[in-house]
Structure formats: structure tokens, C-alpha cells
Write a protein that binds this ligand. Structure first.
Ligand code: SAH
Ligand code: MG
Length: 199
């Protein structure tokens, strides 16, 4: 039953070009969540609720707050979460993540929204990360384009991919954090706070 609903969501995403996480990527992320006993997650970019639902299904102790700026997607996500009976553990917020202020502290921040704004999301929400929290960023390969910027002819696309590369540099050069990049799904970065005492 639950599997059927998930299949329907995947089908809907494909038919409507909703860029939900790739299967290998979400499976990797779910294992990471399980292994690291992550309990409370802030997601930026709900779309239709697919990744929220998959993450919430890892185990019953997991709670998620997820932000989506597109009203139609937000409504679709609400429907899907209700169908899965996960509305007690997944809280959706409608609005632009750059205009919202949250006080809570999270074990994990999952950035999967407008690719040109990742650095802004990171800087805005790092204060909501627990001391030992992690920041996960999706689409770090952007369909393999991040390694081939010079070959991209479309100007807007080239600018977007350049912004993703700038975010990657921001992560690599950030003195407070260490980042590991995984070539899984569309490319996933996992960023940890450095233990400054041990430096
Ligand atoms: N995490 C989802 C996919 C998200 S797709 C999954 O894997 O199932 C990216 C979504 O981010 C889109 O629905 C888009 O509307 C939303 N988005 C982009 N910029 C945003 C912003 N500034 N604030 C909130 N949502 C944003
Ligand atoms: Mg993504």
C-alpha cells in the first residue's frame, strides 16, 4: 500500500518534470540518516514531498520541517504526506526559505532548492544546526555539468552551473567546516563542523 503510493509519487514527478532526488541518492541519504541516528531534519525544497517522506520512513523517531515556495507543489506535498499518514512527523512551511526565520536546532540541514542560492541558504540556516549537526547538499554534479562549464553554450545554464561550482568552492574553503563530496545520484555533499578545539 505505502509502496504503491510512493510509486505513484515517482510517476507523478516524472510526468510533471518535478526534480525529486534520484533513487541512488535518496537511498544513500536514508542510510546516512539511519547510521548517524539523525532525528530532526530541516529540508529546503519540499517539491511534492518525496524526499521528506522517504527520510521520515527511515524510522519513527524522525521529524522533518520542510520549506517550499511554490504553492501548487506545497499542496501536492500536503496531500502526499497525508496519504502516507506522516502529517504528525512532517511539518510543511509555504514560503521562500530566504524570507523565513526558524528558531529550532536540527541534526541535519538538507539543501535541495534553487541551485543559484545554496550559499545563501547555507549562511542563513547554519545557525539552526546543532553543534554536531551536518549539512547535506543535493545536485552537486548537476547532471555532470559542473565538470564541463566551458562546454555549456546556453548562457543562463552556464551561469547557474558556475554558481554551483562557487558554492562547492565556498564549502571547500570554509574554515569552520569539512565537506565530503559523493558522486552518487546527482552528486551529494556532506558538510561537518570542524572540531576547532583539535586544530
Ligand atoms: N527535495 C525534493 C525535490 C526538491 S526540487 C525531493 O527530492 O523530493 C526543488 C524545490 O525547491 C522546488 O519545488 C522549488 O519550488 C523549491 N525552491 C526553490 N527555491 C526555493 C526557496 N528559495 N525557498 C523555498 N523553496 C524553494
Ligand atoms: Mg535535488
Amino acid at each position: 500500500m505505502k509502496e504503491d503510493i510512493l510509486k505513484e509519487i515517482e510517476k507523478y514527478a516524472e510526468e510533471n518534470n518535478v526534480p525529486i532526488m534520484q533513487k541512488k541518492g535518496i537511498n544513500f541519504l536514508c542510510k546516512f540518516i539511519e547510521k548517524n541516528e539523525i532525528k530532526i531534519i530541516l529540508e529546503i525544497g519540499t517539491a511534492i514531498g518525496y524526499s521528506s517522506i522517504k527520510m521520515a520512513l527511515v524510522n519513527k523517531d524522525i521529524n522533518i520541517v520542510s520549506i517550499e515556495r511554490d504553492q501548487d507543489k506545497y499542496i501536492e506535498a500536503l496531500k502526499n504526506i497525508k496519504k502516507m499518514k506522516l502529517e504528525k512527523r512532517i511539518t510543511l512551511i509555504l514560503g521562500d526559505a530566504l524570507n523565513i526565520n526558524l528558531d529550532g536546532k536540527f541534526d541535519m540541514l538538507f539543501i535541495d532548492a534553487a541551485k543559484s542560492q545554496y550559499t545563501k541558504f547555507f549562511k542563513k540556516y547554519e545557525k539552526n544546526l546543532k553543534e554536531d549537526g551536518v549539512i547535506v547538499s543535493d545536485n552537486m554534479s548537476f547532471h555532470g555539468l559542473t565538470d564541463e562549464v566551458d562546454k555549456i553554450e546556453n548562457k543562463n545554464l552556464r551561469q547557474l552551473v558556475t554558481k554551483i561550482n562557487k558554492y562547492k568552492e565556498f564549502l571547500i574553503n570554509n574554515k569552520k567546516y569539512t565537506t565530503k563530496f559523493y558522486k552518487i545520484g546527482d552528486g551529494i555533499a556532506i558538510t561537518y563542523r570542524k572540531d576547532l578545539d583539535n586544530e
